[in-house]
Design a binder for this molecule. Sequence first.
Ligand SMILES: [Zn+2]
Length: 80
Amino acid sequence: MLVKIKCPACQTEGSMSLVEPSYEGPYKCWKCRELFTITLKNNKLTSCEPLSEEEFQKQQEIKALQDKFNRQFPGRQDTG
Ligand SMILES: [Zn+2]
């Protein structure tokens, strides 16, 4: 699904495609290129924190690893 996100810095509306209605992770405004950590719940923006370039890279790596893991082990539960 496509979720609309309004940039807190320049008020430009961008969009993100999500697999789930909830998301917590990095967002980059396509216009002003500001970086944020955003939290979405039920396709609504609930939190938005400014992010440094360094942190953004880090978060993207973590996100990519999580996605990769989820693809390799769909529905896997951490049972120890
Ligand atoms: Zn912006």
